[in-house]
Design a protein around this ligand. Sequence first.
Ligand code: PLP
Length: 383
Amino acid sequence: MKPSVVAIKQQEIFKFNARAKSIPGAINMTVGEPNFHTPEHIKQAAIKAIKNDQTHYTVPEGDHKLLGAVANYLHDKYNLNYDPETQIIATTGVTEGVFSVFNAILRDGDEVLIPSPSFTIYGPDADFNGASPVYLDTSKTNFKVTPSMLEEVIKTNPRIKIFLLNYPSNPTGVSYTEDELQALANILKKYDIFVISDEIYSELTYNFKHISFGNILPDQTILLNGLSKSHAMTGWRFGVVCGPAEVIAQVNKIHELATTSITSITQYAALEAYTNGYDDPLAMKEQYQSRRDALFEGLKELNMECPTPDGAFYLFAKIPAGFEQDDVKFANELLEEEHLAILPGSFFGIGGEGHLRISYAASMENIAKCLSKLGQFLKSHKN
Ligand code: PLP
């Protein structure tokens, strides 16, 4: 097993964040989690579960009342039709979901196709499960996979077993329209390939309707989602894996071996979120949208282009022409000189070079400071 390039980059992210934290008063725009708290009614449901001693082992896949609530929610929001008895399990976040799905599907020598730049866990997860990541550079196609590039890479890499799709994307914020998804599905249905669709940011889209790949190509899709981003519940560790019953049964075996089940208390919190928390994401989304707009406009004034930010809470800004630094040097100097922490795009793999990932899970005040510091830095480094 060889360490993936992206695994190494993940360590770079930890190191960079540690440096940012060591600088007193530094503005941190690297954060990958909501800067909101879990809604009160969800917290109360968890407290009630503890008080009622609902603190024992559960079945591995999660309480069936919870899975029923998940099925209803996914149906009401995305028109998905999963049978809660056989097609959904609850996992310790999407993070465990990716690992358990890879472990259930992959065999030594298989390949996992990962559009790049990408979230950092997919490549290492492929490595750990005996497969190799194949990175597909999307930087020339607006950070999206096109049907022709998909078909070409599948034809030249016949061992691809999984196509990992994540939209809205971390780190770029781009998403896919229904037509674009359909065009990808038309290619994929000709091959024996599973699509693992990480839709953890599905609720955070701005003037953009999220269509789930579970609707587009149900027989080949394993959908990953959860509550971390939509309901500001990162620390609760709740995710779901949904898909064809025979695959889900295998994934559940791996999940049981690794975890027995997710914690009972989180399951009660999640039951409340999926039953009475349909509107919780809306207020947060409204705020993200104003922040996104302010940051996007400000970056435009600094001549920093971004791909269309359809969702999530990241902008992927291009470092303007005329600045000699590579993105890592740029980010390091920005941190040293202006005390502003932004992650270099190349930390997210091939195609990320020359970009910066700016998180707007941050206050308006910090967004204004970020823009002013960036402006100052660009001015003082102008040749
Ligand atoms: N998938 C993507 C694309 C992410 O950006 C993140 C977190 O940043 C995760 C998954 C992790 O999700 P979870 O908290 O459910 O493990």
